[in-house]
Design a protein around this ligand. Structure first.
Ligand code: FE
Ligand code: FE
Length: 283
């Protein structure tokens, strides 16, 4: 099945993932050595659109819209297969399908003896990318996420593009706390809209708390890699973000060249899925 989706500046959604990976080369903690001029123009344009259009109102409106969970009913594996229709044929040799990225992340966690809920989280963490198949633009599906309704940290990649965001003119949104209670917890914060927040809304009733944090904040690089936004967090967040940090290398660096055998692995994962999820859930 070839789904019809919005085109955008990225050749594929994975081009954003690849960009993040090159920014955080394995073992490197700081982003300062990155030469942005080497990023393809499409990637730059992608960040420009993302930073220009992700306003506080937009983030809240999308969370309301999709939070109703009236889009469809799908099982987890079914959603993986649906998402797999997203694989683009522009780069057939090196690009793994979505199912393969999911399986590689999960398999790397499994090899390291991580808990079953975390292996499951590796499997599902990117399923929110079905937003793209629903027709959302790339800048509302992927990208480093950030809080809206308060000042943008200068740790956010391509911070300069926020100058064209309408929220730049809203004084209330331009203080460090913005509309939020200092230290009131990150869950009160309307994050920029994308696949993380959507999947969180879909799966939150079924997953243990650390898994919910991983799903919801795995693209929140300004916090989990750059340590910004500590002033919005509470002690629970700080504890839970250690799981998000633990998860991140599996997301970024588990891409290998050997394709996981989805057919052979499916029975193991169907059993794992069934431990946490009913046959079908609301999306
Ligand atoms: Fe992701
Ligand atoms: Fe991922």
């Amino acid at each position: 099945m070839q789904a019809s989706v919005q085109s955008g500046p990225l050749d594929s959604l994975e081009q954003w993932d690849d960009d993040v990976k090159s920014r955080y080369k394995e073992g490197r903690e700081e982003a300062d050595f990155r030469d942005f001029s080497k990023a393809p123009p499409g990637v730059r344009e992608f960040y420009r659109l993302n930073h220009t259009h992700q306003t506080h109102e937009f983030a809240k409106a999308k969370a309301r819209e999709y939070g109703a969970l009236t889009r469809s009913k799908m099982g987890i594996w079914e959603a993986m297969e649906y998402l797999n229709t997203l694989v683009d044929d522009s780069d057939p040799d090196t690009d793994l399908s979505q199912i393969e990225h999911n399986l590689q992340t999960a398999e790397a966690l499994r090899r390291d003896g991580e808990p079953r809920w975390m292996i499951l989280t590796g499997l599902i963490h990117d399923l929110g990318k079905v937003l793209w198949l629903y027709g959302e633009p790339q800048w509302a599906v992927v990208g480093d996420t950030f809080p809206t309704g308060c000042a943008w940290s200068d740790k956010i990649v391509h911070h300069e593009f926020f100058r064209d965001n309408p929220d730049a003119g809203v004084a209330e949104y331009q203080t460090p706390e913005g509309v939020y209670e200092p230290g009131g917890g990150i869950s009160q914060v309307a994050m920029s809209w994308g696949h993380d927040e959507y999947l969180y809304l879909v799966t939150r009733d079924y997953l243990p708390e650390p898994a919910q944090y991983i799903v919801r904040y795995h693209s929140f690089y300004p916090a989990h890699r750059e340590r910004a936004y500590g002033h919005l967090m509470n002690d629970r967040d700080r504890e839970m973000f250690e799981w998000v940090r633990k998860f991140n290398p599996y997301d970024l660096y588990s891409k290998g060249h050997a394709k996981p055998d989805a057919v052979a692995l499916r029975p193991y994962y169907e059993e794992l899925i069934a431990e946490y999820f009913p046959g079908r859930i609301a999306w």
